[in-house]
Design a protein around this ligand. Sequence first.
Ligand SMILES: Cc1ncc(COP(=O)(O)O)c(C=O)c1O
Length: 501
Amino acid sequence: MAAISSVPDRLTAPADDFVAGEGILRRQSLRESAARTYARSLPVVPVRARGMTVEGADGRRYLDCLSGAGTLALGHNHPVVLEAIRAVLDSEAPLHVLDLATPVKDAFTTALFETLPPELADHGRVQFCGPAGTDAVEAAIKLVRNATGRGGLLAFTGAYHGMTAAALAATGDTAARATVGEADARVTRLPYPYDYRCPFGTGGDRGAELSARWTASVLDDPKGGVQPPAGMLLEVVQGEGGVIPAPEAWLRRMREITTRRGIPLIVDEVQTGVGRTGTFWAVEQSGIVPDVMVLSKAIGGSLPLAVIVYREELDTWRPGAHAGTFRGNQLAMAAGTATLRYVREHGLDLRAAALGARMLARLRGLAAHHRCIGDVRGRGLMIGVELVDTEAEPDDYGSLPAAPRLAAAVQQEALSRGLIIELGGRHSSVVRLLPPLTITDEQAEAVLDRLADSIAAAERATTTGGSGTTGGSGVPGGSGAPVGPGASGVPAGSGAVEERA
Ligand SMILES: Cc1ncc(COP(=O)(O)O)c(C=O)c1O
């Protein structure tokens, strides 16, 4: 990988501390914002990466199950992505074009529409948004408010939609929302069917049905206090909320409830899209077709890109109703086109379904030997392991409280074994696996071996101290674990499953 080896820039990293990366980490903690997240619990200084292997400045290699928060469907620096980027660079095409038409954008739009449910592909519109997922969520909310003339929004417990104003108001995380003061009164919070911690204490199909009945009844009750809303916003599998898949029957009920009442349904596929959950888009599994889909992360093939696609009847906003300077990232569109095509042509969604099912089965076997594994769940290669405090009392439904300190310990143990994992969910107690869809069987086995060892080691280390139910940063990727370089990762050359970065 000659081209990649020049990535670490010695001009920006003084030679004396470049090798270990310790100086870089030290300067980061001195100079960067207190709001930084992943950098706190993952003291790695990545200098090279390929596939699912990341190599740190200290030469250690890691299997990366964070994948840029689910962005890297094809892993790091996939040849088709690099080739697409180089082709744009070599063509001397403008790299930044606002929302002007270009051949690169035209190709991306065609590739995207080829993946969409026919109703949206044939009768849909696309709006290119600012570069992040949260920009597209803002656009979706604005679109339906504009089209319906209403202000209210239905959103769910556990939801995560981003950090800008309207997206944050729709997010369920109270700690994250506290940073902007009062909650947006126009958001009505509804119960998401979280089977393991069912808000109705029943779980299963019954819990999901009660969640649907609650939704229908607050909308229909003339004294229920909910104005007819502009839209309903949901995730098919809540990612940051703790990898919580919604039952297909519940999704169909949400579609039926919204259709009957003339409420546009917005599905946020920012994290679930591009094969991640076992179908190209997660909505396909239930057969529902949303009125608006919010897409980002993997659609840019590792570069920033965000769009909404929606039924053309909603396209009533005026020119300039939604704008933004950085909507024309040509490199991201080229990388995105290559990624969308590769995932489709190589059936990586089906691969995610099959491999994900095998990984879930093995994790469930592991749970039988560890009481601290409260729940194992997921769809495709979006997998969550909820860790619980075995020394505490179970709740009414029999679930033990969250174990944030144990989860943070598992993350650190994993890092020391050369495995990068993310934490999420309530109290940051859910270990999340988001490997690239290109992960090999051997790598999947290695991930699970390292995770099993990490859970056993963390369990031993925390049993005496108790795992506790408080703590966690409440911010995606922020486990609140201490920062500091350590002897983690697998020394380069010793790992059989890591790609040569
Ligand atoms: C479902 C979902 N929606 C929206 C967002 C926000 O995306 P971004 O962080 O790019 O603003 C995220 C980020 O994790 C997400 O998971």
